[in-house]
Design a protein around this ligand. Sequence first.
Ligand SMILES: NC(=O)c1ccc[n+]([C@@H]2O[C@H](COP(=O)([O-])OP(=O)(O)OC[C@H]3O[C@@H](n4cnc5c(N)ncnc54)[C@H](O)[C@@H]3O)[C@@H](O)[C@H]2O)c1
Ligand SMILES: O=C(O)C[C@H](O)C(=O)O
Length: 728
Amino acid sequence: MHISFRTPLTVSLQPSFADLETLTSSFIAVAALGRRFGTPLSLVRPTTTMTTTLDEVEKAAVVWEGEILAQTSSYSPARKSRDDQPITIHTDSLYLYAYKPRYTHSVRSGIVKSREMWRRTVARSAAAAALNLRQSRRLSICASSTPIPAPSIVHKRGSDILHDPWFNKDTGFPMTERDRLGLRGLLPPRVISFDQQYDRFMESYHSLEHNTKGQPQSVVSLAKWRILNRLHDRNETLYYRVLIDNIKDFAPIIYTPTVGLVCQNYSGLFRRPRGMYFSAKDKGEMMSMIYNWPSKQVDMVVLTDGSRILGLGDLGVQGMAIPIGKLDMYVAAAGINPQRILPIMLDVGTNNQQLLDNPLYIGLRQPRLEGDEYISVVDELMEALHARWPKAIVQFEDFQFKWAFETLERYRKKICMFNDDIQGTAGVALAGLLGTVRAQGRPLSDFANQKIVVVGAGSAGLGVLKVAYQAAARMAGSEAKPQFFLLDKDGLITKERGCIDSAAAPFAKDIGEVESLGLHEGSDLLEVVKKVKPHVLLGLSGVGGVFNEHVLRAMRDSDSAKPAIFAMSNPTLNAECTAVDAFKYAGENIVFGSGSPFEHVDLGNGKIGHVNQANNMYLFPGVGLGSLLSGAHIISDGMLQAASECLASYMTEEEIQMGRLYPSIDSIRHITAEVGAAVVRAAVAEELAEGHGEVGPRELAHMSKEETVEYVTSNMWYPIYSPLVHEK
Ligand SMILES: NC(=O)c1ccc[n+]([C@@H]2O[C@H](COP(=O)([O-])OP(=O)(O)OC[C@H]3O[C@@H](n4cnc5c(N)ncnc54)[C@H](O)[C@@H]3O)[C@@H](O)[C@H]2O)c1
Ligand SMILES: O=C(O)C[C@H](O)C(=O)O
């Protein structure tokens, strides 16, 4: 397809394709482009051989301004012309024209029965088309016909700018800017466009892929991480563009699972600092240290103390790669401006002897602080953060069990924070559990009758069980007696257990109930699966392979015709089982999800075992962005529940039947917009929303659901080179 800019406000599409759907998604993509640049774009109907008539396009054209207006026949903005003449469809910037044969009837009749489904399909094709357009590199944003993006103010000049990844454009600085900013002579003479820079990076990435073929996976993954990290350190705009455009390929490098390997090797890989480091030695200094951060505004903080990094345990200061990776996902998925993110490592020591013995370890070489000493350091950091950026959202990440719950309870009513491992994971898992009920062809209310075995009674497992019980109670009333079973390293947890953690106690089973099933306190996993015959087996234990062949085979006798297996622990080697083993031993009819990505499984006979990535990345970006835009001063259970319900209802019936419980990561910006909007609306409903920037609580309260999605989307940052203006 060829796209050219004819006048400042007209985009001409001349596709070489012949199907209407592709045309439609191009229309949508162009309109989305218009929105991004804040300008209405006109669409020129291409001259092309299409398998349909113009009349059909017009009849099916609907206006999508957040909401689909069903009566398209009464609103037909398209000007008719002879069929062999191009027709111009003038749009106001927000109007999208779309056609989807399956839904034509509903649209015509004025009743959009599957409005949600339709809207998602359209939005997804828009995302795909936008991606294609960007990838095909025809969408040259420096074409003279496009509006000029808003400038960025820079307080430095000359080589200082080249060394600042926020502002650096490498060879992409136009001559006028080189003059203005004292860069002339500091760069080779030729100006290379953003697209050419993009291509050059992707070319070197692909040759790295080619050159490392056959080498061990860890070597290849680290080499990929390095090349991306170097770009991140040099030119953030280009980095985020390649990340967003190739999210499916790059998320496993900058995020789970490679980020685990990076943490394990961080002292050796460390070259250039990113984010802030606070340590036990900084006690008393944090309030002033926080002002060392160069950015005036911070929207999103991800904080860890490195004590439980994925399923890899205590990695001390080396856990810093986790907040960095999570915040990269915030930029990619939620469009948080990278100048407003702050990864923080709170180094209170480590109990990992190997690290303490490593002369090159870059963290404090002392055992972890405990008790009051520990909590007073976290308190001080929270105070400092809140004093400088009272509106920033703080995400607690990868804290060991005992501090995860305590810090959550300590701060959640005081500042706008959440714990991703407890609350983010719970929301994603609940969406998967509800999806499983739908996949079984049962009504959602049947959730309360599901037999669910949760393996792992840590932050994540307990978070999941808490929301699962709440959901069951919502569906079946407080009398509901769900059959949820919880195991930890000592087996099935019952009320007989001596010394049970208070967070786990509410989920311990009555001994009578388990005995009636032939089980006892501490029954092992295989026994439990054999006796309970669960509908769902969900692992958050951090123990690789704990769903072994015997356990998986036992799932064949599940009481469900379509049992679900979630091996949610990370990284890949810590997953409770692989996707291949799950389909091989538990049968082809299962629904499968894993925290780390696995390839779909070829089941033979042309059948594919679908792998869902059951990872909290589908939720935390929307929770963070929605909370930020709502201006709520805390993150309530209701806001989190809304996020989870939004994700749970995201997939169509058809997708669910195919075993797809979560969307593809390619559409993560769209999912995040929907989740973010659900969070905003929940904050409004609970009267927690105080507004953000120019948009106050009243405006938020008056937005329709679709307008809220639009509002969230329009607040997403997108990487383009903006003109730099120097200010002293
Ligand atoms: N997919 C996701 O989005 C997601 C989100 C959060 C956590 N996780 C993963 O979940 C895992 C656990 O995280 P956490 O924060 O709950 O850790 P945690 O340390 O708080 O809890 C681990 C739990 O697993 C139990 N356990 C250990 N060995 C076991 C065994 N052999 N059988 C049964 N239970 C066993 C422990 O007793 C403990 O209760 C990690 O691997 C983490 O990466 C995944
Ligand atoms: O980091 C992830 O991929 C998910 C989760 O937060 C985890 O700790 O495993």
